[in-house]
Design a protein around this ligand. Structure first.
Ligand code: SF4
Length: 385
């Protein structure tokens, strides 16, 4: 921090009593005890919605920064899974943090360590590998994709304690679970079975359109700036990757139009993507740039979401169906070991501040790999398991 590094990840903040590991410390040009600069916290939010607990976490980390800066920063940032940056003042949240600290001080600790279960916070938690291994070892029900903690509790109360029990439910138990409101029981059984065999379980075959060529598409954007800066397309027929890139927000229109022009030249195609982000972005951009309904509809009609198809078609023994987790399980490897949605935002911020070409290339490679990974999952879905 004294050296004034732009971004610091994996740092440890501590005072006499407490410590915290902020995801990223971002340099700010405001004088502090460190010199002519100071820092603020950036964290990754594993959901869309900002909850009180997330605010409190950042307020606590910002409070620890007080001991390094001589003041508590008045801004911090959260990046959600849609890559939106949410900014707020941690000072306003600190009263709540103080209350929690006082409550914790009153607690009497026992030596019993609560047992781990996979939840939405694990992705960004420092214990994630340890807890995942623990859950795999005890075949915890939380490993099943999409299972809520409420469902897990209903199952345990019904003596379905682990993945083995889930895989071997008899018809009476299945009926009982359905009566108790457990949704998607057949999928959970299939997935439990896939954990036991360590092999994906086919549920059904996808019914993808047969308009060729198959194009695989992924958008990178900074939603807080309302800026989509990269429209990447991998064309399976020509085996080429095309990045329609916008250096600045003022170039977004050119990049988007170049992407539309590329599609219009091909005329017939299927545009595969992973998740809902791309479809929403296309709609927003068509509205923003006054694109005719005919063109917008023709692009939207050609789009096929591989994530939606995957959830219906296969049970795979991984707790998350993110593109990264699924494609890696199936055997696809990202070129960059640090390829993560949160890192892409950091690289893009660096690009915007410095125009460093390495950042641009890194983002293109990341996007290319996302397109290729989507193709990998789609082709896997069409093969027999
Ligand atoms: S990784 Fe472990 S400690 Fe962290 S949130 Fe998940 S279960 Fe809790």
């Amino acid at each position: 921090m004294k050296k004034g590094e732009q971004n610091i990840s994996g740092g440890l903040l501590f005072n006499n009593e407490y410590s915290a590991e902020p995801f990223i410390l971002e340099r700010v040009n405001k004088s502090s005890k460190l010199g002519k600069h100071s820092y603020q916290i950036i964290d990754f939010l594993p959901s869309i919605q900002l909850l009180e607990e997330h605010k409190k976490k950042l307020a606590f980390q910002s409070y620890l920064l007080y001991f390094y800066l001589g003041f508590m920063p008045t801004t911090c940032k959260l990046i959600n899974i849609k890559q939106e940056v949410i900014e707020f003042n941690p000072v306003n949240e600190f009263e709540g943090v103080r209350k929690i600290i006082n409550e914790i001080k009153k607690l009497e600790y026992t030596k019993t360590i609560p047992s781990a279960y996979i939840n939405q916070h694990c992705k960004i938690c420092r214990w994630k590998d340890k807890c995942l291994n623990e859950c795999i070892k005890k075949k915890d029900l939380s490993l099943l994709f999409g299972i809520s903690n409420v469902t897990r509790r209903i199952l345990i109360e019904s003596k379905i304690n682990n993945i083995n029990d889930m895989a071997n439910l008899d018809n009476n138990q299945i009926k009982l679970m359905k009566d108790k409101g457990v949704r998607n029981v057949p999928f959970l059984i299939k997935q439990a079975y896939s954990y036991i065999t360590k092999t994906p379980e086919r549920i059904m075959y996808p019914n993808f359109p047969t308009r060729y060529p198959a194009l695989y598409f992924d958008i990178e954007g900074q939603i807080d700036l309302n800026f989509q800066y990269l429209f990447g397309v991998y064309n399976e027929e020509t085996i080429e990757y095309l990045p329609f890139w916008a250096d600045e927000i003022t170039n977004e229109k050119d990049a988007f139009f170049a992407f539309l022009k590329y599609l219009s030249k091909i005329k017939k195609y299927t545009l595969f993507h992973y998740g809902s982000y791309e479809k929403t972005a296309i709609r927003d951009l068509c509205f923003k740039y006054n694109i005719s309904k005919k063109i917008e509809q023709s692009v939207l009609n050609s789009m096929v979401d591989i994530y939606s198809a995957l959830k219906k078609c296969a049970a795979i023994p991984v707790p998350s169906y993110s593109l990264k987790d699924i494609a890696q399980f199936l055997g696809y490897m990202w070129h960059d070991k640090e390829a993560l949605g949160a890192n892409s935002i950091i690289w893009h911020n660096q690009w915007m501040k410095t125009n460093n070409l390495q950042c641009k290339e890194r983002l293109k490679t990341y996007n290319k790999n996302d397109c290729e990974a989507t193709a990998f999952v789609k082709n896997w879905l069409e093969e027999s398991v």
